[in-house]
Write a protein that binds this ligand. Sequence first.
Ligand code: PLP
Length: 397
Amino acid sequence: MNIQTNERYKQIKPAYLFSEIGSRVRTYEQNNPEAKIIRMGIGDVTLPLPEVVTASMIKACEEMGHKETFRGYPPEYGYGFLRESISTHYADNNVSVDPDSVFVSDGAKSDLGNIVDILGQNRILIPDPVYPVYVDSNIMSGNNITFTNGTKENGFLPLPDAVSPEDQRASVIYLCSPNNPTGAVYDRNGLTLWVEYALKTGSLIIFDSAYEAFIADDDLPHSIYEIPGAKECAIEICSFSKFAGFTGVRCGWTVIPDNLKSGTYDLQALWKRRQATKFNGVSYPVQRAAQAALSDEGIKACLSNINYYRENARIITDLLDEKNIFYTGGKNSPYVWMECPGKTGSWDFFDLLLHKINVVGTPGEGFGMNGEGYFRLTAFGSRENTIEAAARLKDFL
Ligand code: PLP
């Protein structure tokens, strides 16, 4: 073949993190077949879907098998029933979001990756460490990225003062709260500072709230739209994956308020055009399942699963408290982000845990430069494994 390919892909760091983890674990297992390895690195849910959700999905599948209730292509922005349910869910949390501003998708990752389609060449501000999709999708689009540093000093929650005064200009700002991998959550004050900064500089915030359902503290914001002025400067992207266990079902949504404009450009109109051209909607049974997850019974069942994970997180953080080890996350997030003791590098710490106590986590370095020296443990495992891992860590740390 003699075609040109997207040269920018060469600049993307190879997705080596999880394959490298997999390969080190496999090698260890081959050499130590008796070892009982506990995986505390997974970012995927493990509890099954609540019955209210599967019942709704099965019923919708049945409907598809009858002439009278069969449905073809779904609307590309989502069925009205689900857009309404999402809007009502916001209203239940005292946030007003018009159903017409809600765009249903097959998950937050797609929307986070695709949103660059409607944006031009901008200065991009991305926190480090963070979920790698923001960085990679902007590199694919040829954008230059400026990182805002998450550090122990700022609790891994960089604020606008991280941007030098002479460099304060219109940018696309990514915020992830609760953050993956650090589990850190912006409070109202922190988000207000970012919204004020965005309004002052003419910037756009892309707010990833995929883990909002894990927020336990009453005073922490679940949505950027809890902050006055956010509807003039922010897009919110959320997911059913972690809230309702939909990682394998696939459903999420993006909110683009109708007054979100840049000059004469209306961002909602651009997103509608983008989706109508490149996306054909989410399947009917999946949207019915998502609607069921947002029913009173669904929310109760989903929160019960989340409480299970929360208890796992508590088991891990109790141990770190006991050992006086610095960490963020855990309480309002399924992720616990711990400092590697004795200034150990994150890959060295990974090897130590694997070899000495057969516990697998995720080296922080894989999420950005500031992740070096940190380690991510997740609460998504079984209770039994979490207790056993904590006991092994207790002896080791
Ligand atoms: N946003 C963050 C911060 C994530 O960690 C993840 C997945 O792990 C996603 C988005 C992707 O969510 P979805 O499963 O809806 O694509």
